[in-house]
Design a protein around this ligand. Structure first.
Ligand code: ATP
Ligand code: MG
Length: 266
């Protein structure tokens, strides 16, 4: 059996082949010892690990494991996933919305990190919890999908009252920028969570679209577990990316890119 593991800041992603088929699993980082036990109990296996917590995982393994730099593993994994989907292009950007967000340009079969932002999936969960007390990721995204950002976010057209704005009036001028002191009836959890996802999605896509200027392509491949069962984040990122002239792509199993790349390297 060959196993690729991406141990990130929040989640451990595992890709492995069994009877010729690729399987994917994910675990919270708190279960790193259980993942190591699972690997240690496998008979006749090769393992390659990547991600920020790969050192911790390697220290828990009984057998030597190959290690791979996260960005190289992700690049390779994205390539494999896009090839499978028949959508591989010569050049594209990869935006990995993990705990934090990292942006890469892939061209001439090389990846270069263009930058990133600390606004990512960790922000989504952390800010959501601080604002609403909700802790579970699935509950956050479910509540958010039923909320509206209209009372919290200030749009360009709200500022340009009775005047044609020089840019699209639909763009957000200020996330959480409405006159919140004036909202007399309480803001709901659904509204707050939708606005947090709006903030994360717009930040991630704005930075990505700007980074695209340094890359030959305007196709942006969005990956990372922050998009799992999160149609609202996908929707915000899609509309903002298109509005700013780039093309968003969300490959199936994109969150397993690092694990897939590590597995493929074996
Ligand atoms: P990094 O790459 O920054 O080290 P990571 O690889 O652990 O972190 P991902 O697994 O890509 O990051 O994404 C983590 C994010 O995915 C979380 O911050 C959260 O927003 C979201 N997420 C999706 N499913 C879950 C889950 N079951 N539990 C917690 N967070 C989840
Ligand atoms: Mg990661």
């Amino acid at each position: 059996m060959i196993v690729g593991i991406d141990a990130g800041g929040t989640l451990i992603k595992v890709a492995y082949t069994k009877k010729g088929e690729v399987h994917f699993e994910k675990y919270p980082i708190a279960e790193i010892e259980q993942v190591a036990d699972w690997v240690n109990n496998l008979v006749d296996c090769k393992v390659c690990v990547t991600g920020g917590r790969s050192g911790v995982l390697v220290s828990l393994l009984d057998q030597p494991a190959q290690e791979m730099v996260e960005f190289e593993a992700t690049h390779l994994g994205v390539q494999v996933l896009l090839e499978k989907a028949g959508t591989l292009e010569d050049a594209y950007l990869v935006t990995n919305v993990g705990t934090g967000t990292s942006i890469h340009c892939i061209q001439d079969n090389m990846q270069e990190r263009l930058g990133g932002t600390g606004v990512g999936g960790g922000t989504l969960v952390g800010l959501s919890h601080l604002l609403t007390g909700v802790t579970r990721y699935d509950e956050i995204v479910e509540l958010a999908s039923r909320g509206s950002r209209d009372r919290l976010d200030l749009k360009v057209k709200d500022i340009y009252e009775d005047k044609e704005p020089p840019i699209s009036g639909e763009l957000t001028a200020s996330n959480f920028g409405q006159n919140l002191f004036a909202i007399s009836d309480g803001v709901t959890k659904e509204e707050l969570l939708a606005a947090v996802i709006g903030l994360v999605g717009e930040t991630v896509s704005t930075v990505s679209v700007q980074a695209a200027r340094q890359c030959r392509s305007s196709t942006i491949v969005y990956i990372g577990s922050s998009f799992i069962d999160n149609p609202l984040l996908k929707e915000v990122v899609t509309s903002y990316t298109i509005l700013r002239g780039s093309i968003p792509v969300f490959p199936d199993n994109g969150e397993f890119s690092g694990a897939m790349g590590a597995m493929t390297a074996l």
